[in-house]
Design a protein around this ligand. Structure first.
Ligand SMILES: C[S@@+](CC[C@H](N)C(=O)[O-])C[C@H]1O[C@@H](n2cnc3c(N)ncnc32)[C@H](O)[C@@H]1O
Length: 282
């Protein structure tokens, strides 16, 4: 198969395994991926507009409201576990291949998958290349009555070699929990975040909201991209969804490449980034 460098600041449409196989090794500075979690569901998000349309919804105290569906976005997230882990393994291996020797890889999963994911990453990168497990904590959604509500995702950070980027000075500092226990200077400057990050999910009324299911907040990507890449570097996300990684990379002066298999995702990204999409190369 002939391989050539992809175009930067572009959206690629297709199965990332096929798309990445057309690219040479060792050119990406930072990879962040947020693959489907294998929840066995179809992920779906409908956005509705109240007050017009032919559909009726029953609201508080039995009142009826007219509404119309203005967008209906979905992708499927179901595979037997073994098949899913094999799917992930092959795609992580391709990610490792296209990373520069100084590159970093961030894998976003959840507590149901993280133990398997860690095994795969140890295998591909080597256990000694593990840097952090970031806990992204949020507080949203249902609360089961038979356990503590699970309200975090896990982001595993591995480096390709023993040299990687960590821009301490670029990372937004956060307030100390007990500012009176440190000097006033330190309290005013704030502290470097730990590996537990409290960041709210994308609020319904936020400007960044695209309507794509499982869209991640820009603040989360901002911390990752600021910490693990430099201006001018190339950031790749090959499970890109609504294109959060590309939007933040561009704002922070990094180059970006996004890949997704879902035409709806590609359409959302084209609109968000006003960038052309390149069709499936396979
Ligand atoms: C959890 S979502 C990513 C959400 C994204 N981080 C955001 O902020 O919007 C996972 C994405 O992976 C895509 N996907 C699933 N299988 C894929 C494959 N084989 N190649 C490329 N993309 C794939 C899905 O279409 C979906 O958009």
């Amino acid at each position: 198969m002939s391989q050539s460098l992809p175009q930067y600041d572009r959206i690629y449409f297709g199965d990332c395994l096929e798309v990445l196989r057309h690219w040479p090794e060792g050119f990406a500075d930072l990879i962040y991926i947020d693959p489907p979690f294998n929840t066995g569901q179809t992920r779906r998000l409908q956005t509705i507009r109240l007050g017009r349309g032919a559909l009726l919804r029953r609201g508080f105290s039995g009142r009826q409201y007219k509404y119309q569906i203005v967008s209906d976005l979905s992708y499927s997230d179901n595979m037997p576990l073994e098949e899913y882990l094999d799917f992930l393994y092959q795609r992580i291996l391709e990610g490792w291949r296209i990373l520069k020797p100084t590159g970093s890889f961030f894998l976003h999963v959840d507590p149901r998958i993280v133990h398997y994911a860690r095994g795969i990453l140890d295998d591909v990168f080597g256990a000694e290349r593990f840097i952090n497990e970031i806990i992204w904590a949020y507080d949203y959604g249902g609360r089961p009555r038979d356990r503590f509500p699970p309200k975090h995702d896990n982001i595993l950070w591995y480096a390709k070699s023993d040299i990687w980027t960590f821009n301490v000075e670029e990372i937004e500092r956060i307030p100390y929990m007990a500012p009176n226990l440190v000097s006033p200077d330190k309290a005013a400057r704030g502290k470097l975040p730990t590996d537990v990050w409290w960041i709210t999910i994308v609020p319904t009324n936020a400007r960044e909201r695209t309507g794509y299911p499982t869209q991640k907040p820009e603040k989360l990507l901002e911390r990752i991209i600021r910490a693990a890449s430099r201006p001018g570097d190339l950031v790749v996300d090959y499970f890109a969804g609504s294109g959060t990684t590309g939007a933040v990379a561009r704002r922070l002066g990094r180059h970006w490449i996004l890949v997704d298999i879902n035409p709806q995702a590609v359409a959302v990204m084209q609109q968000r980034l006003a960038a052309p999409a390149i069709p499936d190369a396979s």
